[in-house]
Design a protein. Structure first.
Length: 203
């Protein structure tokens, strides 16, 4: 499937709608999700059948959620702040997973890209500069969507420790702020139970 077909495809459109705009970062997550699901032989999870592990909080993580069905709310979307464009998908029944990591400098960026990006972020770009930036964004997005999986990502099978399914935990009241807090996250201090935020206040 070529980039134009991916751009106009229903799945990618859903990712763009969820994320709010089209960008290369979203395309990275979209391709990662496609490759992970294909390698595992799975479809989008309606519940907790899959577990996604992301090593970045960048744009691509939104595509991972849309494509795999793994979400924070269901407890099967795990964020590890490693600063890498790396994504893993684990099948609970298969007890195996696949991890992909974006290859270094896979796509050369126009020298003007970062200066344009800064101007756009600061609302300082002229209409001509804004159009040039959008053109560069689209070119990079198309290259990512059309790239061969092995050239785009380092791909490896993994045997991760599969986290337990989400639990419903009773809430207790913090004796300092009075706010309901999950019981397993309340701490004890001088015979009182205290939430993490209050425990971080100067003693």
């Amino acid at each position: 499937m070529k980039d134009e077909e991916r751009l106009s495809g229903r799945d990618f459109k859903q990712c763009v709608k969820f994320h709010g705009h089209l960008c290369p970062g979203l395309a990275i997550g979209f391709r990662a999700a496609q490759i992970l699901m294909e390698r595992l032989g799975v479809r989008r999870a309606p519940d907790e059948e899959l577990v996604a592990i992301v090593e970045t909080d960048a744009c691509g993580t939104d595509a991972i959620q849309v494509m795999t069905g793994c979400t924070f709310g269901k407890g099967n979307f795990i964020f590890r702040d490693y600063g890498k464009n790396a994504f893993s998908l684990v099948g609970r029944k298969r007890k195996r997973g696949v991890r992909v990591c974006l290859r270094l400098n896979k796509f050369k960026t126009d020298p003007d890209f970062f200066s344009l990006f800064e101007k756009v972020q600061n609302n300082e770009a002229t209409p001509i500069e804004l159009e040039r930036f959008r053109q560069l964004q689209m070119e990079r997005t198309k290259k990512i969507l059309d790239a061969d999986p092995e050239s785009l990502f380092k791909i490896e099978e993994i045997s991760p420790e599969i986290p337990p399914k989400a639990r419903v935990i009773e809430s207790g009241i913090c004796d300092f702020c009075g706010e309901p807090t999950k019981m397993d996250l309340l701490r004890q201090r001088n015979g009182q139970q205290i939430c993490i935020l209050c425990d971080h206040q100067p003693k």
